[in-house]
Design a protein around this ligand. Structure first.
Ligand code: SAM
Length: 417
């Protein structure tokens, strides 16, 4: 097993140039002061880190050299799937006759699920973005060429909130109500979307204020900024961006309308920079505010939170008994919805602590699952299902070091009874 440090020189030698953050040493007379304050900060950080560790299960999976080169070198121009080996673990013990990927992207997860499950007969993939759907289609086709057994593949350009009608639309009896063995949702944007300035998702490039995942949708970020009621603009920044300076930003955005409005990501970034003048640039300064504002607008443009909540219920309905739904989220608003909805779905969990009154059949089933699947730690049984991740799983340190985007990822899994 090669270690990250050994591999990184090999890996980064031929990849795109990376941004290296230099930390300047304080001058010597400042050093004593900063040492004392940094000790306090360190203690606080350690406490915060410990509290964070308690709320999650960090994956201890190591990445082998072959996987790293395949994911981070050969295909990094597409999209590097986050927590791939953890997702594969979730389904590795399941006999998957049917699998649905709600968020195809570049099919990084799906191609590996298809490769790893020779028993798979039906695959359905959805994405609202034709770029994702087309990339996925060609990558899935090449995986199918290498397979001995055949799979019926349906790749559909639809929002995952319509999962039930998409499955009905296939006309396949085996994809009928409550028949799916595995479902995956890997939320957020793909690298193909973020890296294209014309999509307007990135705080790093200049482009139109678009932010639509679905290029056919009518609402753009520009419409919200230039024509929505000011209180709505404020609500979005506060609720979806969790931005403390939302009132000032709201005022400035509305004032900008008098001068023709905001039309490019640069227009918006300039405004944010002017509103946060006392702060330094970089990740700690206005860029952080900008990231929150962009997140807020993206959530609103794509109606992401309501869509997610509704879709979790629909996906669970589509599962066959024993089927599993795995969801990777990338910010706390999403994760909170996944956590709460899973609790609502299983119902009755308060009366059924894992070690307490849950009935003996269920108890036996849980013991068996845990014995076979080392990745499962604490579970939460209910009358309709079992949450297999009482605490969300987060990426390994290796992965966080290799893929910055994975740092906020949280994986939660539920199994239908
Ligand atoms: C993080 S990427 C998925 C990457 C994929 N798992 C892979 O390994 O390549 C998320 C994808 O979900 C799509 N998406 C986001 N919201 C969606 C929705 N409500 N319905 C369908 N697709 C959606 C995005 O367009 C994007 O392509």
């Amino acid at each position: 097993m090669a270690t990250i440090s050994k591999i990184s020189s090999l890996l980064f030698s031929s990849s795109k140039p990376k941004l290296i953050h230099h930390i300047l040493s304080p001058s010597s007379n400042l050093r004593t002061l900063t040492t004392a304050s940094s000790r306090i900060t360190k203690t606080k950080k350690t406490e915060a880190a410990l509290a964070k560790e308690k709320r999650r299960t960090r994956s201890d999976k190591e990445l082998d050299q072959e996987t790293i080169i395949e994911l981070y070198n050969n295909n990094s121009h597409l999209h590097v799937p986050v927590m791939l080996s953890q997702v594969l673990d979730v389904f590795s013990n399941c006999s998957l006759t049917s699998f649905v990927d709600c968020t195809l992207g570049a099919a990084g997860h799906s191609t590996n699920v298809i490769r790893g499950h020779p028993e798979l007969k039906y695959f359905v993939g959805m994405d609202v973005d034709p770029v994702g759907r087309d990339t996925a289609q060609s990558r899935i086709s090449s995986v199918l060429d290498d397979r001995e057994s055949s799979v019926k593949v349906f790749t559909v350009l639809r929002n995952f909130r319509h999962i039930k009608s998409v499955l009905r639309g296939t006309g396949e009896e085996h994809l009928g109500a409550a028949s799916i063995d595995g479902i995956l949702m890997d939320l957020g944007m793909s690298s193909m979307q973020v890296d294209d300035p014309q999509r307007g998702f990135s705080v790093l490039g200049d482009g139109p204020l678009d932010m639509r995942m679905d290029p056919q949708a009518s609402l753009k970020a520009e419409d919200i900024l230039n024509s929505w009621p000011d209180t709505e603009v404020g609500r979005i920044l506060r609720d979806y961006g969790e931005e403390s300076n939302w009132r000032t930003l709201q005022k400035k955005i509305v004032l900008a309308r008098l001068e023709g409005g905001l039309h490019s990501t640069t227009d918006l970034l300039d405004l944010i920079q002017r509103v946060t003048p006392g702060m330094k640039g970089g990740r700690q300064g206005w860029i952080k505010t900008a990231t929150r504002v962009f997140q807020a607008l993206r959530i609103a443009v794509n109606d992401e939170l309501k869509t997610l909540e509704d879709s979790l219920y629909s996906c669970f309905d589509c599962l066959a008994p024993g089927g599993r739904l795995a969801v990777i989220s990338f910010h706390s608003l999403e994760d909170r919805i996944v956590k709460q909805t899973f609790l609502n779905i299983i119902k009755g969990n308060e009366d059924m602590g894992e070690g307490e009154s849950c009935n003996s059949d269920l108890r036996k089933m849980i013991d068996e699952i845990k014995e076979k699947e080392a990745w499962i730690r604490q579970v939460m049984p209910g009358s309709n299902g079992i949450i297999l991740t009482k605490r969300p799983i987060t990426p390994s340190e290796d992965e966080e070091n290799l893929n910055r985007r994975s740092r906020s990822a949280k994986l939660r899994v539920i199994q239908k009874l």
